[in-house]
Ligand binder design. Structure first.
Ligand code: ATP
Ligand code: NCN
Length: 237
């Protein structure tokens, strides 16, 4: 698979290459400077046009306890992404998807003029084999993993890492490729960023109160973000 020559540069019907978009899915409970920094780093290293932050209505593997309302998490993400080529969206509510495999399929269907790459920190690679239909994700979209302090071994020792090993491509090669074809694993290493939402919640358990009155629109779908309840039902945009 990795021995194949890169496919020809892809031109759309308008003669322009497809927009390259990194997807960073997360709880963003709350968003922090680490999210911003890894997104900017990925844009640079992978040659992306922009990154979309998918603020999850509810991570299927995370407890609801301690999860701030979607609107507060969304507002924290907007604050952290200001003046950067990052767009914040809660589009999973409208797509009615909770699992990443479904979200990616729906986005590829809806935004066929875009090429997507899935971005995640190495902590997520540790549990990636527990995600629904994770092998299908691997075959549907390139994956870029960003090193995270404390999870150095994840990129070599996890079941998903073992499966993905033979599809490794370095960032420079990836950037030069024409149309992307999964599976691809790109590992991004830079001086690791120790920031985490867990640490922020420990220091400021009431952080969500700062965003109580935020009136925002989704930066992809332009629909109002009005839902202050926890884990609204799929489709209840
Ligand atoms: N400092 C960081 N370095 C690398 N990746 C990160 C970092 N912070 C978050 N990520 C990645 O960003 C994505 C969204 O993260 P998330 O919203 O869960 O934040 P978090 O800080 O990991 O939260 P929590 O501490 O509550 O688990 C995940 O793929 C996560 O691995
Ligand atoms: O699809 C799954 O089974 C799955 C299981 C766990 C996490 N995810 C996704 O992984 C992303 C990171 O989640 P989190 O809560 O760790 O920030 C977010 O987009 C989740 O929806 C997806």
């Amino acid at each position: 698979m990795t021995d194949r020559p890169p496919p020809p540069f892809h031109a759309s019907t308008t003669g322009r290459r497809r927009r390259r978009v990194g997807l960073l899915g997360g709880s963003f409970n709350p968003a922090h400077g680490g999210h911003r920094r890894i997104s900017l780093f990925a844009i640079d290293a992978l040659g992306l046009d922009e990154v979309w932050w998918l603020v999850s209505p509810g991570n299927p593997l995370k407890p609801k306890e301690g999860m701030a309302p979607l609107a507060a998490r969304y507002a924290s993400a907007v604050a952290q992404s200001r003046r950067a080529p990052i767009r914040v969206t809660a589009i999973e509510r409208e797509l009615g998807t909770r699992y990443t495999v479904d979200t990616i399929a729906a986005l590829q269907n809806r935004f066929s003029a875009h090429e997507f790459v899935w971005l995640m920190g190495s902590d997520n690679l540790v549990t990636f084999h527990k995600w629904r239909a994770w092998r299908r994700i691997v075959w549907s979209v390139p994956i870029a993993v960003i090193a995270r302090p404390g999870y150095e071994m994840a990129t070599v020792a996890s079941p998903a890492a073992a499966m993905l090993r033979r599809f490794r491509v370095d960032p420079a090669q990836f950037r030069k490729r024409g149309e992307w074809s999964a599976p691809i694993l790109v590992t991004l290493r830079f001086d690791p960023d120790a920031r985490s939402a867990t640490a922020i919640r420990a220091g400021a358990p009431d952080w969500a109160a700062d965003y109580r009155d935020a009136a925002l629109r989704d930066q992809i779908t332009h629909r109002p973000i009005t839902d202050f309840s926890i884990d609204p039902e799929p489709g209840s945009a």
